[in-house]
Ligand binder design. Structure first.
Ligand SMILES: [Zn+2]
Length: 384
């Protein structure tokens, strides 16, 4: 067996013996509920996560935020030059009190609870990846920077610039977001995502007495919608979905205003400008109607670049050493990996624990996957 093969075996077996410790820490993190909008709860979890990193000898900084939860940055020095950035988030989509209906529990070989899969298990895997390097007496060549933000589920407004700055100084980015499917497929591509808002202004009138003096904003919005539908191009991975509409005040009033939210997704960065131009060039169809288009692509796509493919190949080889075959996939949703990939930094996503049911009452991770996935992360930290 190759040297890396032996190393992967020893990482996995050391971790396998501490599986119940991994589950216990996951339980502690899950019980610290952390909805994206509740700063005190997020700050509490951030302090808890920071404390774990301090016990592992990392230099840790809490990046204080005014309204959002604080972010955590932990750094482990390397023996030589270079840097690997590991990304993940501490926030979840679940409101406070969800634990009462959805307690953290182990059953059927799975750990259930809000945020287990997306992605508190990822926080645990990173900590144990560092632990196992210590247990087997290995030190990373490169400096390791772990960045855990508190607002990933709500667009990463307060963390995006910080993440991009860390990424610019890194050779590679590993994202511990959930993988896909029972085999834990890694994500080598993600769509770029954004939202557009279409605001139509018409003129109110009595729908029965003098409709001709009105300008029907809902009709205008419907006509614009048929244009928006034509922007879909499944072959190129472009989707444009009108997802929310509102308008009008009463059934006998020609509506003065109407509004739509439009979900935008692209697979290729090159399509961003084209799509945004098409949106901006929408013009009113009904005489006298006014049209305003806001927004656009917020997260650029994570494209499957040669650097991404190389990282995936490395992960695949490390897992092969453990006798596990691991595949890649393309995700329709975005993550913070989209930001780092768009800067040209090779980014491998979906390195979290195997599981299912993100953002739902069925959310869980497969307990037996925890040691293996932590070994994969540790292996990448040593060899990238
Ligand atoms: Zn996530």
């Amino acid at each position: 067996m190759s040297e890396t093969g032996l190393m992967m075996r020893s990482l996995a077996s050391e971790l396998g013996r501490r599986r119940s410790r991994m589950v216990r820490l996951l339980g502690e993190f899950v019980r610290a509920e952390s909805p994206s909008h509740v700063k005190p709860a997020l700050d509490h979890l951030a302090r808890r996560v920071a404390a774990e990193w301090r016990t592992r000898g990392a230099s840790v900084r809490l990046l204080e935020q005014k309204t959002r939860g604080n972010h955590v940055r932990a750094e482990i020095p390397g023996r030589r030059g270079g840097q690997i950035l590991v990304l993940g988030h501490m926030d979840t989509v679940y409101p406070l009190g969800t634990l009462e209906k959805m307690p953290f529990r182990i059953s059927g070989g799975r750990a259930w609870g809000p945020g287990t899969f997306d992605m508190k298990a990822g926080l645990v895997l990173a900590l144990f990846a560092i632990d196992v390097l210590g247990w087997v007496g290995r030190r990373p060549q490169k400096r390791l920077v772990f960045f855990w933000n508190s607002d990933e589920e709500i667009d990463s407004d307060s963390s995006r610039a910080l993440i991009e700055r860390e990424a610019k100084g890194s050779d590679a980015v590993l994202v511990l977001e959930p993988p896909l499917g029972a085999e834990g497929r890694l994500k080598t591509g993600r769509k770029g995502v954004g939202t557009a808002e279409i605001i139509v202004t018409g003129r109110a009138a009595h729908a029965g007495l003098d409709p001709q003096t009105g300008i029907n904003a809902v009709h205008e919005l419907a006509l614009e919608t048929t244009r928006l539908v034509k922007l879909n191009d499944p072959r190129r991975g472009i989707t444009v979905q009108v997802t929310m509409v509102s308008g009008g005040t009463a059934s006998n009033v020609v509506p003065e205003s109407a509004r739509a939210l439009v979900d935008l997704r692209i697979a290729k960065l090159a399509d961003r400008a084209r799509l945004e131009r098409k949106l901006e060039s929408l013009r009113p169809i009904l005489k006298g109607a006014q049209l305003e288009v806001r927004g656009g692509i917020n997260r650029p796509p994570l494209e499957r670049s040669p650097g991404v493919v190389e990282l995936f190949g490395r992960a695949q080889a490390l897992m092969r050493d453990l006798g596990v075959s691991i595949q890649e996939c393309f995700a329709g949703g975005g993550s913070d990996g989209n930001f780092t990939a768009a800067l040209g930094i090779p980014t491998l996503d979906g390195l979290g624990a195997v599981g299912d049911g993100a953002h739902s009452p069925r959310e869980h991770v497969v307990v037996s996957s925890l040691p293996e996935r932590a070994a994969l992360i540790a292996g990448l930290l040593l060899t990238v």
